[in-house]
Design a protein around this ligand. Structure first.
Ligand SMILES: Nc1ncnc2c1ncn2[C@@H]1O[C@H](COP(=O)(O)OP(=O)(O)OP(=O)(O)O)[C@@H](O)[C@H]1O
Ligand SMILES: CC(C)(CO)[C@@H](O)C(=O)[O-]
Ligand code: BAL
Length: 339
């Protein structure tokens, strides 16, 4: 059966300008580099939901040379426009803007660019110098070209999302930025266009990334539960749980174990839980994992969380090479959630 494509393909800024804006409703934009997967489709569905039936969803597909460091990474980046149009249509996009490089940069590389600032030099910025300046420059251009009311980005690229929020705030872009939680495969691996480069043994190694993040999340939850129990059984503490003597003895032993396990507090324990799994994948796997960074950071500016931090939001972020493929992943964590 032939399927009718409900999505309009726009190749030039002029075609995009000619796209009528929805009357009395909003335009939502999802920016991508193509090779669309279910992570992108989830962003598009979120945009569709937010814009409503009378609103408009525009997906951009553009592999931005400005944000690539290694030429080889740019050259081998997958380009699958026909399939992308179908995925975008199925997820509810009204239009796909897929310009060529000359359309976005008609005068060659732009001389005036956005500078990401200190947050752009940490983690991904340190590993991929210039990446975030290039990313923000094209995001700024695409925001000006598409002029959305709201734009959607994935939390998988957490530092990118934080920088886009920061740029929009610092430079008064007048657009709402919405983050969408990371979509994972059944085995836990975060969906990414670059996953297609992984051989089966490489994929096995890559699974250490989500396993490390979830182990850290479990460690934090266990510590917080023990901390609560220790508080409830402390002399003069909250005894509402009505623990019997055996329970109290166990809680006291647990509390002691926690104190021993976290000489520097919960942040150190969280890092250590993730680190153990990553180190194992580096030492034991047929295809070794080569760790780039593991960092527990403040979501506002991506600075390292100090070891004595007891409460607040954090992001545990990881980047590693598996074979010739570089992967990133992260998980949001809340410290002191139960206290
Ligand atoms: N698994 C995912 N879950 C949620 N959002 C995602 C996921 N993967 C990508 N995105 C988001 O989709 C948008 C476009 O990302 P992009 O086209 O770079 O895809 P990608 O799969 O991250 O590719 P790659 O990792 O190879 O760069 C970004 O906002 C990104 O954060
Ligand atoms: C935001 C973006 C489309 C800019 O090229 C890209 O960095 C991406 O796909 O995440
Ligand atoms: N997904 C973020 C874009 C990049 O890796 O260049």
């Amino acid at each position: 059966m032939t399927r009718t494509l409900r999505t309009t393909l726009l190749r030039t800024a002029a075609e995009l300008d000619a796209l009528p804006r929805p009357a009395g409703a909003e335009r939502a934009v999802v920016m991508t580099m193509g090779a669309l997967h279910d992570g992108h489709a989830t962003l598009i569905r979120a945009a569709r939901e937010a814009a409503g039936p009378d609103g408009q969803v525009v997906v951009t597909v553009f592999v931005n040379p400005l944000q690539f460091g290694e030429a080889a990474d740019l050259d081998r980046y997958p380009r699958t426009l026909d399939a992308d149009l179908e995925t975008a249509a199925d997820a509810g996009a009204d239009a796909v803007f897929a310009p060529g490089v000359d359309e976005v940069y008609p005068g060659g590389e732009p001389q005036v660019r956005i500078t990401a600032g200190p947050m752009g030099e940490r983690l991904e910025g340190a590993s991929r110098p210039g990446h975030f300046d290039g990313m923000l420059t094209v995001v700024a251009k695409l925001l000006h070209l598409t002029r959305p009311d709201e734009a959607f980005y994935g939390q998988k690229d957490a530092q990118q999302l934080a920088l886009i929020r920061r740029m929009v705030r610092d430079l008064n872009f007048g657009v709402r930025i919405t983050g969408v939680p990371t979509v994972r495969d059944e085995d836990g691996l975060a969906l990414s266009s670059r996953n297609r480069f992984l051989s089966p043994p490489e994929r096995h190694t890559a699974l250490a990334l989500p396993r490390a993040l979830f182990a850290a999340q479990d460690r934090l939850a266990a510590q917080q539960a023990l901390h609560e129990r220790a508080k409830a059984t402390a002399p003069g503490g909250d005894r509402a749980a009505g623990l019997n003597r055996l329970g109290e003895a166990r809680a006291a032993a647990d509390a002691q174990a926690v104190a021993l396990a976290r000489p520097n507090g919960a942040p150190a324990a969280v890092r250590a839980a993730a680190r153990t799994i990553l180190d194992e994948a580096a030492a034991r796997n047929r295809v070794p994992l080569v760790l780039d960074y593991l960092a527990l950071v403040d979501p506002a500016d991506f600075t390292e969380i100090p070891d004595d931090r007891e409460s607040g939001e954090a992001i545990l972020a990881v980047a590693a090479r598996v074979g010739s493929t570089r992967l990133i992943d992260n998980i949001p964590l809340t410290f002191g959630a139960l206290t």
